[in-house]
Design a binder for this molecule. Structure first.
Ligand SMILES: [Zn+2]
Length: 610
């Protein structure tokens, strides 16, 4: 440990001399990122730390297991380091007399494909591209606010690779790039992508996209999608009435190795999709939606942030209870309102998405009988590392999807109570809008959200939200759909949103008929308790090899279900195989929305471009 006096001394030294971070990514193709962090120092005990709680991930997910080859030197002399026996992310050293700085060098090693899907679990580099979230390659003095630590970063890239980042460039010399000094907060908020196959697109003077891909062919985002994203920027600005970035960049990596995910930042987002995520029309339906979601986060999540997630450094625990606002209202405003208004998704596809969300939360979440929605947020850490099996019973990160219905419920209630004069558009402008600014964080609490809602339309919003979010509720707020003029129905026609979802995740979803979410090799990825498949004695983890005498395939499952006969399946678990009878004759079932005759169509009204 180090004393408060030592922390203050480091703070004073940092005023004179910023931290420097030199990343050598020339070995990225081999999965190695070499880094050297130079910190001002004084003789005596010193502690430095590796970022642990990562913004946007909301979890202690800093990839400490990939930090290898740690070496500390001062004035050419190697110093012994000791890891804190309790906090694996903290390191103590004794700085010798006369030393004014220490160099901490280590390698961040990119994990292999297939190890995991989160940031720091999937590869950061392929033979053709790299993703560099700076938190992977940084250590910093303990005890200081990261806003107060000035850093000067530089990177060496593989020869001839192009790059994109929101970080301002000070100097570029071939493949060596020096960035302007920024706070450590801004550095970690500004990842870099680089690659051999590169494309830049400008949507407006301020909003751009950089794409790196494993092949040139993958860069071909079609012109009509570019037009939709241009409209998205205009519709987002119209919704909020201001923005809180200087410039904004979608950073996109297209590779079958890096995993599919998106991570938000103030002035950029780190979007990773399958190699054909921009060129396969089915995958586009999902990837373009992710771009909308991450862009919305620049307002909701980065600028306005739950107080529990607005921590002073990366070591203090983040409290995720209000993620149903941070992620949940982004699901509503980004993945429903803006995705519709921009034309990024056609109205029919948006309604199919809403139908799937409502049905999935209603039918495939028996966990809602014990776990309130708020606990999926407060307990996100207990869900993040869980296996997929038993998701229906456990619940997942439901604060995303279910909040789409919660905020639709709020929106329709506002419109109804105000005679159509007020809506969530007014809340969005008041809470996230003017004046425009450079990146800054304005934290909020539950009471702040309630007060802002009351500023639009007076109501007991605290009770309204507590009923839907903090109580155990056997059903999601399906009344929101009816209030918007639509209702949830089921028939044998496939749901158009489930198609790309199943296709990209290699799954066959027959949960709404027999309760099984299959992997496309016949493995039962999850099974909903209380459904015919569960009653038959099947369980997640088993693999179905035959159905009614036919070898397992997605077509065989669908055709045998469509025949409305009971199913006899052979399923194995390890070395043991058994026969199971699923007593179900209801045919294939998929969710859709249907108009409620005679009721105003508020849903379409909300989806209309402004
Ligand atoms: Zn999000």
């Amino acid at each position: 440990m180090q004393s408060l006096a030592a922390v203050l001394l480091f703070a004073a030294a940092l005023q004179q001399q910023p931290l420097t971070i030199a990343v050598d990514a020339r070995d990225a193709r081999r999965g190695l990122f070499h880094t050297t962090v130079t910190m001002p120092a004084h003789a005596g005990a010193m502690r430095f730390v590796y970022p642990k709680w990562i913004p946007g991930e909301h979890l202690p997910s800093g990839p400490i297991e990939e930090m290898l080859g740690l070496r500390v030197t001062a004035g050419g002399q190697t110093l012994a380091w000791r890891r804190d026996p309790v906090d694996m992310f903290a390191f103590d050293i004794d700085v010798p007399k006369g030393a004014t700085s220490v160099d901490v060098s280590f390698d961040y090693v990119s994990p292999p494909a297939g190890y995991g899907s989160g940031y720091g679990e999937s590869p950061n580099a392929t033979q053709h591209l790299l993703d560099l979230p700076w938190n992977h390659v940084v250590v910093y003095p303990a005890g200081l606010r990261t806003d107060a630590i000035e850093v000067q970063a530089s990177v060496r890239l593989p020869q001839g690779w192009n790059f994109e980042t929101a970080l301002p460039v000070a100097k570029k010399n071939g493949d060596a790039i020096d960035f302007t000094a920024v706070s450590l907060t801004t550095l970690i908020d500004s990842p870099l992508i680089a690659g051999e196959h590169f494309r830049a697109i400008s949507f407006t003077d301020d909003v751009k996209m950089g794409i790196v891909a494993d092949t040139d062919a993958a860069l071909a985002l079609p012109p009509e999608r570019i037009a939709q994203l241009t409209k998205l920027v205009a519709q987002t600005e119209a919704l909020f009435g201001a923005h809180h970035y200087r410039t904004y960049r979608w950073l996109v990596s297209l590779s079958d190795l890096v995993g599919s995910q998106g991570l938000e930042h103030h002035e950029s987002s780190d979007n990773r999709f399958a190699e054909h995520g921009f060129t396969d029309p089915e995958l586009q339906k999902l990837t373009i939606g992710t771009l909308t979601h991450e862009f919305t986060h620049s307002w909701n999540g980065k600028y306005r942030r739950p107080a529990g997630l607005a921590t002073p450094d990366y070591q203090q625990p983040m409290l995720g209870e209000l993620l149903w606002v941070y992620e949940g209202m982004t699901r509503y405003l980004g993945d429903f309102v803006l995705v519709s208004r921009s034309g990024v998704r056609a109205p029919e596809l948006v309604r199919e998405h809403v139908a799937f969300v409502a049905a999935n939360l209603d039918r495939n979440r028996t966990g809602r009988n014990w776990r309130p929605l708020a606990d999926t947020a407060a307990g996100a850490g207990s869900i993040g590392g869980a296996p997929f099996a038993w998701t229906a019973y456990r619940r997942a990160f439901d604060y995303y999807d279910e909040s789409l219905l919660v905020w639709l419920d709020v929106d329709t209630a506002m419109r109804q109570k105000s005679g159509g004069r007020k809506s969530m558009d007014d809340f969005a402008r008041a809470f996230f809008g003017p004046p425009s600014s450079a990146p800054m964080v304005k934290p909020y609490t539950f009471d702040d959200v309630v007060a802002a809602l009351n500023g639009v339309v007076a109501n007991d919003w605290a009770a309204f939200l507590r009923d839907r979010v903090y109580r155990v509720t056997p059903h999601p707020p399906l009344g929101a759909l009816e209030a918007a003029g639509w209702k949830l129905v089921y028939d044998d026609q496939p749901n158009d949103y489930m198609k790309p979802r199943d296709y990209s995740s290699h799954r066959v979803d027959v949960t709404f008929s027999i309760g099984i979410l299959f992997h496309d090799d016949g493995k039962i990825d999850d099974l909903t308790p209380g459904t015919p498949a569960a009653e038959a004695g099947l369980m997640p983890g088993m693999t179905v090899t035959s159905i009614n005498g036919r070898k397992w395939s997605a077509d065989a499952v669908r055709e045998e279900l469509a025949a409305k006969k009971p199913l006899e399946v052979i399923a194995g678990y390890g070395e043991h195989v058994g026969t199971y009878r699923i007593d179900y004759r209801g045919g294939l079932q998929y969710p859709h929305l249907e108009r409620v005759e005679g009721k105003a169509d508020l849903l379409s009204e909300i989806m209309k471009a402004k």
